[in-house]
Write a protein that binds this ligand. Structure first.
Ligand code: SF4
Ligand code: SF4
Length: 368
């Protein structure tokens, strides 16, 4: 860990403040999108949605070895979190020599990279990770080495999934929060809008294209409104922190956790979950220190060496998950720790639904 650079947070804030007068909004015909991607690829490493066997996944673009066509997709099953916070990450290596341990720092060269086609909820999830990894006196160099080299080009969400609830947690399917540029799909063409100071670097790839016209902006608003209408779940979470303050010992936690298998899938798939463990992998005289994603929904997460486990049952672990995202995050950072992507709902083998839990919390607090 290194001392947090004073300017880092300011830089991140400034990145999202674009002078409205300089806002660039261009029209990209649908059949020109792939050439736009290829243009950006000449200067940046690119992470793009790619057709895999049965689904679309984010992956590195490699135009030397593959043909690429931008696919159709709803929000992807797996978020792009791993590109900045990998599931396994070597922190440094070490070796034993003459009974002394020598540490070899990791030399990581990160190219400037672009995540292209990220949805608004996932862009907001990076803002949450930014806050966590820069909280307190230190900032996490492993995360920020990558984060500070990464630009985000979003794709607004025309077809939210049945599990999406971003509008209940301060998001919007057409939000550009946390993005450097965003594409709005108007059906037959895209609007490409630069949304941060850093994002103005993309001007050179789009400047030849025509400017948006009033009619295009009107159509964009129609798409945005139709997208919001498709979000099936809406709940007012304005008082969620206070609601939870009074429910720590409530019986609801036994009820809402009843079906939970403690498999941890909801937490692994979550774009905002960031707990990690640090382990050494070694063989004879050398090894590496690695951090790996950890998971608060498994019983071993809080198991102490004495055998005592402060979160011994699904009741405590489910409660922890909800408190962490909807109470402790607000207390510590003044933001919610959930972006409403709905992935945890889709992946749960017993159909547990975080929206139902939130509804139970709000209704129970109202009755109390
Ligand atoms: S995915 Fe479902 S069953 Fe597994 S830990 Fe999460 S809530 Fe429990
Ligand atoms: S808790 Fe569920 S809905 Fe919220 S960000 Fe995580 S995976 Fe998405």
């Amino acid at each position: 860990m290194v001392k947090k650079a004073k300017t880092q947070k300011n830089q991140n804030d400034q990145k999202n403040q674009v002078d409205q007068q300089q806002t660039i909004e261009k029209i990209i015909p649908k059949d020109k999108l792939d050439s736009l991607i290829k243009g950006i690829y000449k200067d940046f490493k690119m992470i793009v949605p790619k057709k895999a066997e049965n689904e679309v996944e984010f992956g590195y673009l490699d135009l030397d070895n593959e043909e690429y066509q931008f696919p159709e997709y709803q929000n992807l099953r797996i978020s792009p979190k791993k590109f900045l916070f990998p599931q396994n990450e070597v922190l440094y290596s070490f070796e034993k020599e003459d009974n002394k341990i020598k540490i070899k720092e990791k030399e990581e060269i990160i190219d400037d990279q672009v995540i292209f086609g990220i949805r608004s909820c996932d862009a907001r999830s990076y803002k949450i990770l930014d806050t966590f990894f820069s909280s307190g006196k230190y900032s996490d160099p492993y995360y920020f080495n990558k984060r500070n080299k990464t630009l985000l080009i979003g794709l607004a969400c025309n077809e939210p999934m049945s599990t999406c609830f971003c509008t209940s947690v301060g998001g919007d399917p057409f939000s550009s929060e946390g993005l450097d540029a965003i594409l709005f799909d108007l059906g037959d063409k895209y609007i490409f809008k630069i949304t941060s100071e850093k994002g103005s670097i993309f001007n050179k790839y789009v400047k030849e294209y025509p400017d948006v016209e009033q009619a295009d902006l009107k159509r964009k608003e129609e798409w945005a409104s139709s997208s919001r209408d498709k979000i099936q779940f809406n709940i007012n979470l304005d008082n969620i922190e206070k609601d939870l303050d009074g429910l720590f010992e409530s019986d609801i936690w036994s009820v809402v956790s009843r079906k939970c298998l403690s498999c941890g899938a909801c937490s692994y798939i979550c774009p905002t979950c960031h707990c990690f463990d640090v382990q050494d992998k070694y063989d004879k005289n050398e090894g590496t220190r690695v951090r790996i994603w950890d998971n608060c929904q498994t019983s071993i997460f809080t198991l102490e060496a004495s055998g005592h486990n402060p979160r011994n049952s699904g009741r405590e672990r489910t409660r922890q998950r909800i408190y962490h995202k909807f109470n402790y995050y607000l207390k510590n950072y003044k933001i919610l720790g959930c972006v409403g992507c709905g992935r945890c709902i889709k992946v749960c083998p017993t159909n547990r639904d975080i929206r139902e839990t939130l509804k139970t919390v709000v209704e129970t607090a109202e009755k109390a």
